[in-house]
Design a protein around this ligand. Structure first.
Ligand code: BGC
Length: 772
C-alpha cells in the first residue's frame, strides 16, 4: 500500500516528484473522453520509469497467441488494445541539452488531476545538467465537447538565464505495447505532411493473418505560440522520420519570459471514416476548434457531467476523494454513445488485459450506468452483446455445442473469444449468466420490457440452449450437474458444481421462460424470433423445466451454507488471518498451492447472494457471509465491493467500511501492487455500488425505489442522486435522518426501511432518526 497521493475532495495530487512511483501516478492521472485517452505521461522526454500510453476506443490489434500447450478450441489471436500515436509530445532543447526529468535536477514538482474540471495540470522547476534552470507548466485534457480533440497548453520559462530555447511539438507513431507477445510494432506509416503550423500523420495497423480488419488512424496538430503573453509568429521547420513528424521552432526568451505553446490535436480513425478521408477530417476538426477557448468549455462540460453523478461524503476526505476518483474514471472511459464500444478493465489507462469486454460490464458496470446516466447508455451495452450473438453461437459451435447454443467469450473486442487459458476460456462459463442477468437488471430498473422483443429474448434463448447442453445428468445423484468449471473465484479451477454457476444457469432458464411468456403477447415479434432461431419451444422448454426442477446445488447441511463447489469441504478451512504475511498469495504462492487452499480470490457464492438476494432470507445471507468472508483474500478488484454491499445489508458496518476503503482507494493507494499497469476501471463501478447499494441501501425493484440506508460511523453525511424511470431522486443520509427529494414533476412511490411513501413532484420527505 502506498500513501503518497494527497487527500483532497476534488483533486488527485502528487506534490514533489516520486520517480519510483511514476508509473503508478501515470495510471492515476490518465485522461479520456470515451473516444480516446492516455496515461499521465510527461510531454517532454523522460528516460526514467514510464509506461507511455495513448489509446483510441475501438482500435486494436490481433496479436498472435503465445501459449505453451495448444488446446483445440483456443482462439488464434489475443486482441490487444494498442498503444497508438503519441500526440502529447513536446521536446525542449537548451544549449544542445534535451530537457529530461530523468536526467536533470528537480527543484520543485507538483502534478494534479482535477476531477471536477477534467484536466491534468503540472508544474515543475528544473535545473538542467548545464546549470540552466527552467519552469514548466502544463494543462492537458481530452475534450468532452469535441471528442476527437486533445489539448495541450504548455509553458516554459527560463529562470536564471536569457537564451534561445528550441521547441519541437511532435506526433510519433513509433510506439509499442509493453505486453506485445512477440515485441512487434503494430503500426505502419501511411503518410505524413506539414502545412505551416500544422502537421499530420496517418498510420495503419500491420497486416494480420486472422482476417481482422486493419485500422487507420490519423492525427493532426495545430500550434499557436505566445511569448511573454503575446502571440508570436515563428518559423516552423519540419522534422520527420519513419512514423514521426515534428515542427521545430526556436525562440529567444529573456529571464522570466514565458513561452507558451498551445497544441490542439485532432484524432480520427477508420471505424468512423474511410481511410482516404481521415486527414481531411483532422483538418476540418482543427479548423472547427481553432477559435474556441477549449478549457472553459471543458470545465463547463465536466460540471454538467457531475451534476447528477456526484456522490458527496462529509466527514471523511479520503472516502470522498475515493468515490469521486472512481466516478471520474468511469465517466471518462465510457460515454455510451456507440454500441460498438465497451468498457475495458483498464480503460485508457494501461495495456494489461487483452480485449475490452469481460463479464465485468454486465455484472458490475451496468448498475452504475443505469442509475447515474441516461438509460440509453446501459441499453447500448446490452445491444453490444446482441450484436455479437452470431459470434457467440459460432464460439459455442467451435467448442462442440450445437443448435444455436451461445457461449459468449470471456474476453472480446469484436465478439470473438480472445482469451486462451483453458481453465478460463472453456470453463469460466458463468459469464453467460451475467449477460442474461444484465437483461433482467435493465428491464427491472427501466421498465423497458420492449427490449426483450427487439433483442433480449434472442440472447436469452441462445444462452439457455447453452446451459441445457452444458449440464450432465448424474445417475449417481439423480440430478443435473455441471462438471469442469471455474467459478468467479479463479483460485479454484476445473471444479464440479460451482454453486454460483449452477444457480445462475437455472435462473437463466427460468427467466427465459418468463421472457418467452411476455414476448408471446406480441405474436409478430415472437414469430420472428422463433423463425430466426429455429426455436422448438415445446421440446426445448420441456428440457429446461426438467433441469430447473432437478439441478444439483451443493449445500452443507451441518453449517447450512451453500458450497462453492462439490469438493470445497475437503479443503483445510482457514481464515485469511492465518496467512497475513503471505498476501497477496498470487504473488507469493505457487499456483498449485493456491488451488489446493481454501482461499477465495473474489466473491463467488456471495456474488450469487448479491445478485439473487430476494431468493434468500437474512439468516441465509448471514451464515454464508460469515462462512466465506474470512476465507476471501480479495485479490480481484471486483471482490470487496460485493462484500461491502452484503455487509451493509447485514448491519456489519465496520466490515462494510473496511471493504469500501479497499475498493474505493484500491488504485489511489495501490493496494494490490499493480496500479502501474493501469487502473481497475470495471471495479470502479463496484465502488459506486458499495456506496449506493451498500451504505445507501438502494435497490430498484420493478422500477420502484427501495432504501435501507446505513451510515459508516465516521461519516457525517452521504448524498447521491439516482435516475429512475420517471423521476430523478436525491437521497441524503446524515446523523439526524434521511431526506429523499423528488427532483421531478411526477409523483413517486418508494419504500424507506420497508415503509411505503408517496412523494409529490418536486417535494421532499424527511425521516428523523437518531442513528440513520
Ligand atoms: C477477475 C475476473 C475479471 C477480470 C477482469 C480477473 O482478475 O478474476 O473476474 O473478469 O479480472 O477484470
Amino acid at each position: 500500500m502506498k500513501n503518497y497521493i494527497k487527500h483532497d475532495e476534488w483533486r488527485v495530487i502528487e506534490s514533489g516528484f516520486h520517480a519510483e512511483y511514476n508509473e503508478i501516478t501515470e495510471s492515476l492521472m490518465s485522461l479520456g473522453n470515451g473516444k480516446m485517452g492516455h496515461r499521465g505521461n510527461f510531454e517532454e522526454r523522460y528516460t526514467g520509469k514510464t509506461l507511455q500510453g495513448n489509446y483510441v476506443a475501438g482500435v486494436w490489434f490481433p496479436d498472435k497467441t503465445r501459449v505453451g500447450w495448444w488446446k483445440n478450441g483456443y482462439p488464434d489471436y489475443f486482441a490487444k488494445v494498442i498503444n497508438s500515436v503519441n500526440w502529447i509530445g513536446i521536446d525542449i532543447e537548451i544549449d544542445g541539452e534535451i530537457v529530461d526529468l530523468g536526467k536533470c535536477e528537480i527543484l520543485d514538482f507538483y502534478r494534479e488531476l482535477h476531477m471536477q474540471h477534467g484536466h491534468l495540470m503540472r508544474f515543475c522547476k528544473l535545473r538542467l545538467q548545464n546549470g540552466k534552470e527552467i519552469r514548466i507548466e502544463s494543462i492537458r485534457f481530452c475534450s468532452i465537447t469535441h471528442d476527437e480533440i486533445g489539448h495541450v497548453d504548455y509553458e516554459v520559462t527560463p529562470v536564471n538565464f536569457d537564451g534561445l530555447i528550441k521547441i519541437t511539438p511532435y506526433l510519433d507513431g513509433n510506439v509499442q505495447n509493453r505486453d506485445a507477445n512477440y515485441d512487434e510494432h503494430f503500426w505502419e506509416e501511411i503518410s505524413k505532411k506539414s502545412e505551416g503550423k500544422r502537421a499530420f500523420l496517418q498510420v495503419k495497423t500491420k497486416e494480420n493473418k486472422f482476417g481482422v480488419d486493419r485500422f487507420d488512424l490519423a492525427v493532426g496538430m495545430d500550434l499557436s505560440i505566445c511569448l511573454g503573453g503575446h502571440a508570436r509568429e515563428v518559423d516552423f521547420e519540419t522534422v520527420q522520420s519513419e512514423k514521426y513528424i515534428g515542427l521545430t521552432f526556436s525562440v529567444f526568451a529573456q529571464k522570466s519570459q514565458t513561452i507558451r505553446i498551445v497544441k490542439k490535436v485532432a484524432v480520427h480513425n477508420s471505424t468512423n471514416f474511410f481511410p482516404d478521408y481521415l486527414l481531411a477530417e483532422c483538418e476540418k476538426s482543427l479548423t472547427n476548434v481553432a477559435d474556441l477557448q477549449m478549457l472553459p468549455l471543458q470545465r463547463a462540460a465536466w460540471k454538467a457531467k457531475w451534476e447528477n453523478c456526484d456522490i458527496k461524503i462529509e466527514g471523511d476526505e479520503s472516502a470522498q476523494q475515493g468515490i469521486r476518483f472512481n466516478i471520474f474514471h468511469l465517466l471518462q472511459t465510457y460515454t455510451g454513445q456507440d454500441a460498438r464500444l465497451n468498457i475495458g478493465p483498464k480503460g485508457f489507462t494501461g495495456e494489461k488485459y487483452g480485449g475490452v469486454t469481460y463479464w465485468d460490464t454486465e455484472a458490475y458496470c451496468i448498475p452504475f450506468y443505469l442509475s447515474a446516466v441516461d438509460f440509453s447508455v446501459a441499453r447500448n451495452l446490452l445491444v453490444y452483446r446482441h450484436n455479437h450473438l452470431q459470434k457467440a453461437i459460432l464460439n459455442g459451435q467451435k467448442l462442440g455445442f450445437s443448435k444455436g447454443a451461445a457461449l459468449y467469450p470471456m474476453v472480446t473486442m469484436n465478439g470473438e473469444e480472445c482469451h486462451n487459458e483453458w481453465e478460463i476460456t472453456f470453463e469460466e462459463i458463468h459469464r453467460n449468466g451475467a449477460i442474461a442477468y444484465a437483461i433482467y437488471d435493465y428491464i427491472n430498473y427501466t421498465g423497458d420490457a420492449s427490449y426483450l422483443n427487439q433483442f433480449g429474448l434472442e440472447v436469452l434463448i441462445s444462452i439457455s440452449r447453452f446451459w441445457s447442453q452444458r449440464i450432465t445428468f448424474s445417475e449417481n445423484l439423480k440430478k443435473y450437474v455441471m462438471l469442469g468449471v471455474t467459478g468467479p473465484n479463479e483460485y479454484e479451477n476445473n471444479v464440479n458444481n460451482n454453486w454460483y454457476t449452477n444457480y445462475i444457469a437455472v435462473w437463466t432458464l427460468k427467466y427465459t421462460l418468463e421472457a418467452i411468456a411476455l414476448v408471446k403477447a406480441e405474436q409478430e415479434d415472437y414469430r420472428r424470433i422463433v423463425g430466426n432461431l429455429n426455436f422448438e419451444e415445446a421440446e426445448e422448454t420441456e428440457r429446461w423445466n426438467e433441469i430447473i426442477g432437478n439441478m444439483h446445488l451443493p449445500y452443507d447441511e451441518n453449517r447450512e451454507v451453500f458450497l462453492q463447489q462439490d469438493g470445497f469441504l475437503d479443503k483445510e478451512l482457514l481464515s485469511v488471518e492465518r496467512i497475513r504475511q503471505h498476501r497477496p498469495i498470487n504473488q507469493n504462492w505457487s499456483w498449485d498451492r493456491i488451488l489446493r487452499s481454501c482461499f477465495i480470490k473474489q466473491a463467488d457464492v456471495l456474488q450469487g447472494l448479491f445478485f439473487f438476494e430476494d431468493d434468500f432470507d437474512q439468516e441465509t445471507h448471514l451464515r454464508n457471509f460469515d462462512f466465506y468472508e474470512p476465507m476471501t483474500v480479495h485479490e480481484s478488484s471486483l471482490s470487496p465491493c460485493v462484500h461491502t454491499v452484503l455487509a451493509s445489508k447485514l448491519g456489519k458496518i465496520e466490515k462494510a467500511y473496511e471493504m469500501y476503503v479497499r475498493t474505493s482507494r484500491l488504485d489511489l493507494d495501490d493496494y494490490n501492487n499493480d496500479t502501474e499497469d493501469g487502473l481497475h476501471i470495471t471495479s470502479m463501478a463496484g465502488t459506486w455500488m458499495s456506496v449506493v447499494k451498500g451504505f445507501g441501501g438502494m435497490r430498484v425493484k420493478n422500477t420502484k425505489l427501495h432504501l435501507n440506508p446505513i451510515l459508516p460511523k465516521n461519516w457525517e453525511s452521504l448524498s447521491f442522486r439516482v435516475g429512475l424511470k420517471d423521476n430523478l431522486v436525491e437521497i441524503g443520509i446524515n446523523r439526524e435522518g434521511i431526506i429523499v427529494k423528488n427532483l421531478s414533476e411526477k409523483e413517486m412511490e418508494f419504500s424507506l426501511f420497508d415503509k411505503e411513501i408517496t412523494l409529490a413532484g418536486m417535494d421532499e420527505f424527511v425521516l428523523h432518526t437518531e442513528a440513520a
